[in-house]
Design a protein. Structure first.
Length: 274
C-alpha cells in the first residue's frame, strides 16, 4: 500500500480566466472546461465510494489500506475545491454546467446499492482520468500555449490522478468485487463519460460562439485523431482495462512523479509552511 501526500496548489485562482485560455484554441479550451465541470460532482462520488467501502474491510486490510484511503480522499477533496474555483470563472463567462446535473441524477439511483458498485464505477472512471493524465504529462499538444498557471493546475491534477490510480481498484478487489461487474461497469462508464464529454464540449462551444467555425473543428480533428491525438493514445490503454490480469499499476506513473518532484515548491504538502 502507498502513502498519498495531500498537497496544496499555490497558483492564482482569483484573477479572471481568459476565454480561450488554452493556447487561444477554442476547441481545446472548451473540452478542458467540460472536464472541469465534471470534477466537483465526480470527485465527490470517488470520496463517497471510499467512505462506503472502507468500513467493510476486515481489520487487517482496513489497517493496511487506511493511510492510502485517507490520502486518496484528501487529494480528491482538494481537486474538487480547486475546480469549483476554476468553474466559477467559467460561469462568469456565461458557460453552463449541464454535466454536473447528469452526474447528480445518476448518483441518486445508486443510493442503497452495494458499495462495490460505487467502487467499480470509481475504478473505471479513475482509469479514464489516469489515461488522460498520462496523455497530458507525455504529449506537448494538449496544453500547448496554455496560460502557465492553468497549465500547472492541469498537470498537478494529472500527476495526482496518476499517483492514486490504483486505490479504488484495490479496494474493489479487497471487498471481493468480481471481474464480470468490473468489465460491465467499465462499458457503462465509457458510454456516459464519452457522451457527456461530447455534449458539454459542444454546449461550451455553442455558448462561446465558436461551434460553427471551421478552425474549431480542424483543431478538434487534430486533437482527437492526429499523431498526438488523444483517441489514438487512449485506445490501447482503454482495452487493457478489460484484461483479466489488468492492474492500474501497469500504467506509467513516472511522468507524474517527476512533475511533482520538479514542482515541489508549487505543490507543498497540506500543513507545510508557506
Amino acid at each position: 500500500m502507498s502513502e498519498l501526500t495531500v498537497r496544496r496548489l499555490l497558483i492564482d485562482l482569483e484573477s479572471p480566466v481568459a476565454r480561450h485560455w488554452n493556447g487561444g484554441d477554442a476547441f481545446r479550451t472548451a473540452l478542458f472546461n467540460a472536464l472541469s465541470f465534471s470534477f466537483p460532482a465526480g470527485e465527490q462520488i470517488f470520496i463517497d465510494s471510499m467512505r462506503l467501502g472502507a468500513p467493510r474491510l476486515p481489520p487487517p486490510l482496513a489497517e493496511a489500506m487506511a493511510v492510502e484511503i485517507k490520502g486518496f480522499i484528501g487529494q480528491e477533496a482538494t481537486h474538487r475545491r480547486i475546480h469549483e474555483r476554476f468553474n466559477a470563472h467559467l460561469a462568469q463567462q456565461g458557460l453552463v454546467n449541464h454535466w454536473e446535473g447528469r452526474i447528480v441524477r445518476r448518483v441518486a439511483r445508486l443510493k442503497g446499492i452495494d458499495p462495490r458498485i460505487w467502487l467499480a464505477v470509481t475504478a473505471a472512471t479513475e482509469h479514464f482520468t489516469a489515461m488522460l493524465a498520462e496523455h497530458l504529462l507525455t504529449q506537448r499538444s494538449p496544453l500547448d500555449g496554455a496560460e502557465p498557471r492553468l497549465r500547472d493546475l492541469w498537470l498537478w491534477h494529472a500527476s495526482e490522478e496518476s499517483e492514486h490510480r490504483s486505490t479504488a481498484f484495490d479496494l474493489y478487489r479487497a471487498l471481493g468485487g468480481n471481474e464480470r461487474w468490473r468489465r460491465r461497469l467499465f462499458y457503462i462508464v465509457t458510454w456516459h463519460f464519452a457522451t457527456d464529454l461530447a455534449r458539454q464540449t459542444t454546449h461550451n462551444l455553442w455558448r462561446d460562439g465558436t461551434l460553427w467555425q471551421p478552425s474549431t473543428w480542424a483543431s478538434g480533428w487534430r486533437w482527437l485523431f492526429g499523431r498526438e491525438g488523444v483517441l489514438r493514445f487512449v485506445w490501447p490503454r482503454w482495452k487493457q482495462y478489460l484484461r483479466a490480469d489488468f492492474h492500474p499499476s501497469q500504467g506509467d506513473g513516472g511522468p507524474g512523479q517527476r512533475w511533482l518532484a520538479e514542482h515541489a515548491e508549487l505543490t507543498p504538502p497540506v500543513g507545510a509552511g508557506r
